[in-house]
Each structure stands twice: as structure tokens, then as C-alpha cells.
Design a protein around this ligand. Structure first.
Ligand code: GSH
Length: 379
């Protein structure tokens, strides 16, 4: 904390010095001064605490994250608390959702116990700082994989768990049916997201003049839409399906049959610890391959007793030492499947036909069924 305070003091002083210098140079031109001060703040935000010597709190280097998690005795997973079906804190105070189950799967892989996880709710804006500063071990929060996030933001995306795309929701009686119908409309969007930049790109590309109304807080944005201050709300289609369930009269709203971007969503780790990347990555692959091989939470014990399939045997730790190569016990994947389930089970529990947040699997089918989910071999 003291270090943090000193750091902010230093940054503040630097900003003041720059401000004074600029005022002299620019003869007090307000615009120029503001611009330079803004640049200073943005630049200073980037070096995560702990990058370099200043932050021993952030586990750095191969194996450091697993060691820290094991010593702590539980995983800290950065999640969404406000998107039903993906990451949601329900009325009973329990976290639920597709992303939440992947947090549990990582906990099961490490501890053999899916409950050894603390969920840290994060807004879109907060999420990457939480990862950089070591506040969380992994971010599993409807987060889109992009080149900028992979590089400048210091994030490493493991395999995508949910292929999504950006869409729009409008009131049924608005008469809006196509992208072009958004001409002159007010469109609500949340800041700190890929959604915000996509929206501007799409409007520009189609020559559509619309008012973009940006909200920091997801609740404020949806309230504005519901109260009619915006004609449309835009975000990932998964988010639209999820949040529609929270509207007063969901049936009065329709998601347009338009997808304006690619939003591959998946778990994210910090740069710098390849072992940790592998653990999260292969946790995801274990859920894919278990589905492909027909191994479920219900039959995994029977499969374990009977299977002769060499790939399934090595995944379940009956042969070889794949778990040990990850720094885990050899039954790591068995524990994921037994306690959380395979991909299909996770999907159907949260987004399947029997849920209020039903989303047809589409691209999120196995490659054997025309989708994009493909696990490399467990060998
Ligand atoms: N996938 C996009 C959008 C993710 C996103 O944050 N979506 C909003 C729209 S529903 C959300 O989850 N908000 C909830 C919150 O900030 O608590 C991204 O990675 O930037």
C-alpha cells in the first residue's frame, strides 16, 4: 500500500511538473495542456504494479502463479457478476454461469476441489488492471481476444471457450430491423469494451449517423435503454441474450439478426508464466476432449475402470504422467470432469435449451459436428 501511495505521489508530481512546463510553453492554451496531462496519466497506468522490482506481490516467471495459488490454498478468479448464464451473482449470493464453471474447473485441476476458488467481480474497465496487478490469478469474464490485449495489455488468451459476435437489441415496436434502420438512433454501449470501438467502426463503415451514448456502468447503460433514452443497446450477443432476461418485459425486445464483429471469448492469464498458461489452456482442452470422447461427470468412474482408449487413459492419468508435466497431480483432468463436467455439460447447464439464457451452440460445437472446438491430443 505504501509503495502504491508513493507511486501515485510521484505520478502526481510528474503530472504537475509537466502541466506547469506546458503552461509556460503553450502560453496557457487549455486544450494543449489537457492533452499532455491526459497522455501522462495514460502512460503511467500501463506499467502494472509489480512489473519489475516494485511489485513482488505479482507472481513472475515460470511456475510462480501455481506456487502462489497452492500456498494460498485457493484460486482467485476475476469474473463478471452481472451477466446471467456467463457470470452472475444470484439472489442466494452464489456465483453461477459458464465462465464461473471454468473457474471451478481450474480449481478442480489444481486442488481436486471445485470450491477452492474465490470469485472477484470486475467491471469491463477494471478487469485488465486486476490481472496486471496480481489481484486475480486468471480472468474468466466474457473477454474478447484481440491483438492489443495480447500485447500492450500484457494478457495471454488461452483457447477460446465461447465464439461470439456483437449484436443489437431494440424494442420490438421500434420498427428497427436492420443496421441501416439505426440511422438517427441513440445507441447505448459500455465503455472499456471492444463493443464501443466496434460500434464506431461499424457506423463509420456503413455511413450511419447515430448518437453513441457511452456508459461506464453496465446497470446504468441498460437502465437508459429500458427507460427509452436509447433506441438500441449493443454488446456481445451472449450479453444481449443474458441481459434480456433481466429486463421488465423481455418479450418486448428483440435481438437483431445482425452480427457486426468477431468476439472470441475465453480465459486470460498474465504474461510471463508459461506453466500457468498451460494449466488453464489444458483445463479448457480437457473439457473439449472429454465431450469428444463421451466422458461425462456421470460416467467418468466407469470409463476410468474400463477404457482402452490410450488418449483417454492418458487424460485421466491412468497411463503416463501428463498431470505432472503441468505441475499438477495425475488425476487433474479426472477431477475437472468428475466435479465440473465436460464442455457439453458446462454449456447445457448454463446456456442449454432448459435455461433462460439458451443460446444454440453454433460455432461452439465440436469440430466433429461442424463447430470450432478442437483439442490437441492428450499425449
Ligand atoms: N467481450 C467484450 C465485452 C465484454 C463486456 O464487458 N460486456 C459488458 C456488456 S453486457 C458486460 O459484461 N458488462 C458487465 C459489467 O461491466 O459488469 C470485451 O471483452 O470487451
Amino acid at each position: 500500500m505504501r509503495r502504491k501511495g508513493l507511486w501515485f505521489l510521484f505520478v502526481g508530481l510528474m503530472a504537475l511538473l509537466l502541466l506547469a512546463a506546458c503552461q509556460q510553453q503553450a502560453g496557457g492554451q487549455e486544450g494543449a495542456v489537457k492533452e499532455i496531462v491526459k497522455t501522462v496519466v495514460v502512460t503511467v497506468e500501463v506499467p502494472a504494479e509489480g512489473a519489475g522490482e516494485a511489485g513482488p506481490a505479482v507472481p513472475q516467471g515460470y511456475g510462480a502463479t501455481l506456487k502462489a495459488v497452492q500456498e494460498r490454498g485457493y484460486l482467485i478468479c476475476g469474473v463478471n457478476a452481472k451477466v446471467p448464464g456467463f457470470g452472475f451473482l444470484n439472489e442466494q449470493g452464489e456465483y453461477q454461469g459458464f465462465d464461473i464453471d471454468f473457474c471451478r474447473a481450474v480449481a478442480a485441476a489444481i486442488f481436486g476441489d471445485p470450491t477452492k476458488v474465490e470469485f472477484r467481480p470486475l467491471s469491463a474497465k477494471e478487469r485488465f488492471t486486476a490481472l496486471q496487478t496480481g489481484e486475480i490469478d486468471v480472468l474468466i469474464r466474457n473477454t474478447t481476444w484481440t491483438l492489443t490485449r495480447d500485447t500492450e495489455v500484457g494478457a495471454n488468451f488461452v483457447h477460446t471457450t465461447f465464439y461470439d459476435g456483437q449484436g443489437f437489441i431494440v424494442r420490438k415496436d421500434s420498427g428497427i430491423e436492420t443496421l441501416e434502420d439505426l440511422e438517427g438512433a441513440a445507441i447505448c454501449v459500455q465503455t472499456g469494451t471492444t463493443t464501443e470501438t466496434n460500434l464506431r467502426d461499424v457506423l463509420d463503415a456503413h455511413g450511419i449517423e447515430a448518437e453513441v451514448v457511452v456508459y461506464d456502468d453496465v446497470e446504468a447503460g441498460w437502465a437508459a435503454y429500458e427507460e427509452g433514452r436509447c433506441d438500441a443497446y449493443t454488446t456481445d450477443k451472449s450479453g444481449l441474450v443474458a441481459r434480456r432476461t433481466l429486463l421488465k418485459n423481455p418479450e418486448e425486445h428483440v435481438i437483431l439478426d445482425v452480427t457486426v464483429s468477431k468476439e472470441p471469448l475465453g480465459p486470460v492469464v498474465r504474461h510471463g508464466d508459461d506453466q500457468w498458461f498451460d494449466i488453464v489452456q489444458w483445463t479448457v482442452f480437457a473439457t473439449f476432449y472429454a465431450e469428444e470422447a463421451g466422458v461425462t461427470s456421470q460416467n467418468v468412474d466407469q470409463v476410468k475402470a474400463e477404457t482402452k482408449n490410450p488418449r483417454v487413459r492418458s487424460m485421466l492419468g491412468l497411463e503416463g504422467d501428463l498431470g505432472k508435466k503441468l505441475g499438477l497431480s495425475n488425476d487433474w483432468a479426472y477431477n475437472i470432469i468428475k466435479h465440473v463436467g465436460n464442455y457439453e455439460e458446462i454449456y447445457n447447464r448454463n446456456l442449454g435449451p432448459d435455461t433462460p439464457t439458451y443460446i444454440p451452440r453454433g460455432l461452439n460445437k465440436l469440430y466433429t459436428e461442424g463447430g470450432l472446438l478442437y483439442s490437441p491430443p492428450f499425449k
